[in-house]
Design a protein around this ligand. Structure first.
Ligand SMILES: [Mg+2]
Length: 410
């Protein structure tokens, strides 16, 4: 009998905490919280800390009230990436088609060895990662990736479960609320409520055309997947980026336009690193700023020609920020997004580009890139970033999760 095609989902259990435990066994079995950028919020927690009631995203001062014995550690994405790449290599020992989905999640085509069941395969992968790396993971195997993810979520922590039997599948779908499906959160789940679609099984049994009407084509794809029809392929190579963006929390919120401008420059310099890495030029730039009172501002402009030059992009980013700026309201987040990406080789020189100016800008960009490669990221950077002394002094800010390349999700 031919083995049916099955898809696996491997997901590390509280990955950042597990990664810290790999290099410091003192943290084993203790309540551990990993803190984000400016050390203010808990971005990952151990099961011990979760049991104390601490939630992801909670500020440390609230977490410490709930969990005074907790050990709080600042995140280190460089180390997490090392472990992430090692996990990826192990998953590839078991499958020739693996998608690097996120820092600690992989989808793969399940290829059991001769005489090995899919359940054996799930256990073998989980155990090999534990033995070789010391990272606990959970593996789910099913007919489609949506089902595989639901199964691995249900088998956490340190689980391994292959479910291909229809009755077992139905039972599992009936137990899980529809919000556990990636891609169905608050607003979309609300649209399903009037139709009494509350569990994953309700959605799978609903009329396909109704699901399409309520949740568009992406919702219909989920419907097929829940019914065992694999319509979302595994991507061993990340599809080309449609957009690149850099930004995030500003740490302490600010009303100071000089600080906002400094963040604009920092995010633009990081965006340019990314454009250079992917060898693309930006044909459109958007600056988005979120404010503490819930407001948001957006500015969007196209440079005259697609470019990755700092001076030209700054000429566009500046008026964008002006449009996105709400005076006297504290800003808390910023994103700069590059779209209409054009491969570098295909770009045309601008009609009005002065060759000397272009040469100088290109030489400055090269100098910046080469000195930062030799002396450390951001060693040479624009003076506009000077107000952000504390950000550049803290080495934890040198490398962020978005700097880990090749993931298919953020
Ligand atoms: Mg995980």
């Amino acid at each position: 009998m031919r083995t049916p095609i099955a898809v696996g989902h491997l997901d590390a259990d509280c990955f950042y905490v597990s990664a810290e435990r790999v290099r410091d066994s003192f943290l084993e079995r203790k309540p551990v919280g990993v803190l984000g950028n400016q050390g203010a919020c808990v971005i990952a927690k151990s099961y011990e800390m979760k049991n104390a009631g601490v939630k992801t995203g909670e500020p440390i001062w609230e977490a410490r009230v709930k969990c005074p014995d907790g050990i709080y550690i600042k995140r280190d994405f460089r180390w997490y990436e090392v472990l992430s790449r090692c996990m990826f290599d192990i998953v590839r020992d078991f499958s020739t088609r693996v998608e690097y989905y996120s820092i600690d999640e992989f989808f793969f085509v399940a290829q059991p060895a001769r005489g090995q069941s899919l359940q054996d395969l799930a256990e073998a992968m989980r155990d090999k990662i534990m033995t070789n790396l010391g990272v606990p993971v959970t593996v789910g195997i099913a007919r489609t990736r949506t089902l595989a993810k639901l199964i691995s979520d249900s088998a956490k922590p340190f689980g391994a479960l292959a479910v291909l039997d229809r009755d077992a599948e139905t039972e599992l779908l009936a137990e899980r609320p529809v919000t556990e499906i990636t891609g169905i959160a608050g607003r979309r789940a609300k649209r399903l409520l009037p139709w009494n679609i509350e569990t994953c099984l309700d959605l799978a049994r609903a009329d396909r055309r109704l699901v399409r009407e309520l949740l568009t084509a992406s919702g219909e794809a989920l419907w097929w997947e829940l019914n065992g029809e694999a319509v979302t392929p595994i991507h061993p190579q990340r599809p080309a980026h449609k957009a690149l963006s850099r930004g995030g929390s500003l740490g302490e919120s600010t009303v100071d336009p000089i600080m906002l401008y400094a963040w604009l420059i920092r995010n633009l310099e990081r965006l340019i690193e990314e454009l250079e890495f992917h060898e693309v030029l930006a044909g459109r730039l958007t600056v988005w700023v979120a404010y503490r009172n819930g407001q948001a501002g957006v500015g969007q402009l196209n440079p005259t020609i697609p470019t990755d030059r700092f001076d030209l992009l700054l000429d566009v980013a500046r008026p964008c920020l002006r449009r996105a700026w709400v005076p006297r309201v504290a800003a808390s987040k910023m994103q700069i997004i590059a779209e209409h990406l054009v491969p570098k080789g295909q770009a045309q020189l601008g009609l009005f580009d002065k060759p000397e100016a272009a040469e100088r800008a290109v030489a400055v960009a090269r100098l910046k890139r080469e000195s930062n490669l030799r002396h450390g990221r951001f060693a040479l950077r624009s003076a506009g970033t000077l107000p952000l002394v504390s950000i550049y002094q803290d080495t934890a800010n040198e490398f962020d999760i978005c700097d880990i390349r090749g993931k298919s999700c953020f």
